[in-house]
Every structure is written in C-alpha cells, then in structure tokens.
Design a protein around this ligand. Sequence first.
Ligand SMILES: [Zn+2]
Length: 276
Amino acid sequence: MVTVLLDPGHGGTDGGAGTAPYLEKTRNLEVASKVRDYLLSTFVVNVIMSRTTDKTVSLSARTNLANQQGVDYFLSIHHNSGTPSARGYEDFTYINISDTSTSDRIRNAIHTEVVNRVLGKYGLPNRGKKKANFHVVRESNMPSALLEIGFVSNTSDQRLIANPAFYNDMAVAIGEGVAKGLGLVRKKSTAATPSPSAPSIAPSKTFYRVQVGAYKERTNATAMQTRLKSAGFPTVLSSSNGIYRVQIGAYGNKDNATTMERRLRSAGFPVFVYQV
Ligand SMILES: [Zn+2]
C-alpha cells in the first residue's frame, strides 16, 4: 500500500513562527491531522505522522523516519511569517531537482487542487510554485514537498486560520492533490446502501437521515452534489417546500448513520443527522 508521511513542522520547544493563537507548531499539526483524516477516510493509503502531539522532533529525525520506513511521499506542512502585509499560499520542492521530477509533478497536483478549491473561494493570494534548499525536501529520499499554508503574521490570513471551514477545505484540497499525484485508489463506501426514499416496508421504524445541505437555489444544491460525488459520496437530491436537500441516505442503524456523518465531517462537509 502507498504510504505518505505527513510532517507537521516544528513542535515542542520549537514553536515556529507567530504567537498563540496563531502559533505555527499548533496550526501545522491541526492542518496535518485534517489531511491525515481525509486521506484515511477517502483513499486506500497508509499515513505516518512525524508527530501527533506537541513534541520536539529534529529535522533529521523527520527525514530519517521517512527514509527508514521507505515511505512513498514526504509532505511537510508549515505556516509562513514575514512583514505584516505579506500573505498567501506557496509550496516548495527541492531546489536541485527538475521541473519534470516526480516531486514537482505531485506538488503541481497539490497546487492545482489548492488553487481550485481554496484560494479563490477565500481570496487567499497564490505566491506560486517555488523551490528551496530546506532540509526536509533535500534529505528525504523520496518525492517530497513543503507547503506554506498562510502567514501567521498577517491579519487577513489570521482570519482564515481561525476559520475551521478554511482548514477543512485546505485539507480536502491537499488530500485530493496527494491522491491525484500518487494515483491513490478511492475507497468504496463501506456504509449501508443508501435508501433515501421514505421507507415503505417498515413505516413505524426510526430512520436516521444524513443530510449535507439544504438550499433555496437548485444550482447550489447540485454544486454540493458534484463536490460530494468527487469526494466519493453518492447523493440524492430531494425537494419540498422550495428547499433542495442534499442527502447521503437514510439508515435504520444509528451507528451506520454516525459513521457516515463522521466520514463526511472529516472530509470537510457540513453534515447533520436527523430522525425521520
Ligand atoms: Zn515553519
């Protein structure tokens, strides 16, 4: 199975840039954890983290881990800092590799997903695809990249960093980019077969309906259906009283509904479950 090492930058005694609540080490771990959850819930893939807690890990320990485990891809996640006006997203591969390298190809896939799914939506500037002599991209033996999600030193970027939807969308974008770049296989739904129409065989039984959104505009509902479909979730559109509801299904077993709810949430979708 393909193995990805996610490397949340800094940690422990090394806080990275910024100060709480925009302390880099904390925010790096938050994004990396969301990327891990999205990858594991959506694709057939193994994920290793260089840290899952606030602990000190040296740069060489990070790349040694990747090299010893023979992982297929190394992805380091950071936040930037600079002058107060500097802001935006950028990503790096190692300075001494060609633009046609595997590292660049995978990084480009991530970059494209971030541009398409996040930057325009949140008005975050694109600082471009770059190269640098960072330890983690130089000393890792496998394809690698380092992402700078946004600036902890800029007030506009801080507002995004504080917005959970931004990180959710960023995690989906990074996960989809990694998956495209590595050719990961999307998981088939493991939940019960959706039966979104009203249950006719046992009308008195309680069902749990999993709904992702309700919209006044049909186009907004179908746009959400498209996003869900590309994330591997089949949906049904139902409408009543002028409201279009995007639904994943109705489950007789509450645990199945809860499992689907969790999968959707970790994939970054707004979701709620209600009894019918
Ligand atoms: Zn950093």
